[in-house]
Design a protein around this ligand. Structure first.
Ligand code: FES
Length: 169
């Protein structure tokens, strides 16, 4: 008989279990959306909207053209418009190149054929030089090529994504 009594749940225990269960469920229902909002910006994958239209492909020439475009940048929960620039042209193999103008030495802006250097990119800050493919020239301050933008071509239009480093010595 006492064994039977041990298996029974008292009214107090039943209320404790029920309130704990309901309370836990309600707590989880309130906290889950907050956790979702908190980590959502960190989980955002790079999507097609991260590629921005810059110019028509048939406007791309052998001579680098400087083009500016604006991207929406999400930094955690802070969203802002950031202006980017690229040197866009076709290389000797007729491949499209879109190079960042940011010098890999200390971050100044390079120009095409600046400082009387024909067929090169030139950085005026410390006389940095890059060849026509944006590769740093030995014995000048930059130690890596200019970063290249990822790009897509769709229906004759050029879209640029992120600029990626291209290694270096
Ligand atoms: S920042 Fe370009 S050479 Fe120094």
């Amino acid at each position: 008989m006492s064994e039977k009594k041990n298996n029974q749940v008292s009214r107090r225990q039943f209320l404790n279990y029920t309130l704990t269960g309901v309370g836990g469920f309600m707590g989880a229902a309130m906290v889950a959306p907050m956790v979702g909002m908190a980590v959502d910006p960190l989980l955002q994958a790079e999507g097609s909207s991260d590629f921005i239209y810059v110019m028509d492909v048939d406007e791309i020439t052998k001579t680098p053209q400087r083009k500016s475009f604006t991207i929406e940048q999400q930094d955690g929960w802070y969203e802002s418009d950031v202006e980017k620039t690229a040197w866009i042209y076709r290389d000797d193999n007729d491949e499209i190149l879109a190079l960042s103008p940011i010098c890999t030495h200390l971050g100044c802006v390079v120009s095409w054929e600046g400082g009387d250097h024909d067929n090169e990119f030139f950085c005026p800050c410390h006389n940095g030089r890059y060849d026509s493919n944006g590769v740093n020239i030995a014995n000048t301050p930059p130690t890596a090529p200019l970063p290249a933008y990822n790009y897509r071509v769709e229906e004759g239009k050029l879209y640029l994504g992120k600029a990626e480093p291209r290694g270096g010595a």
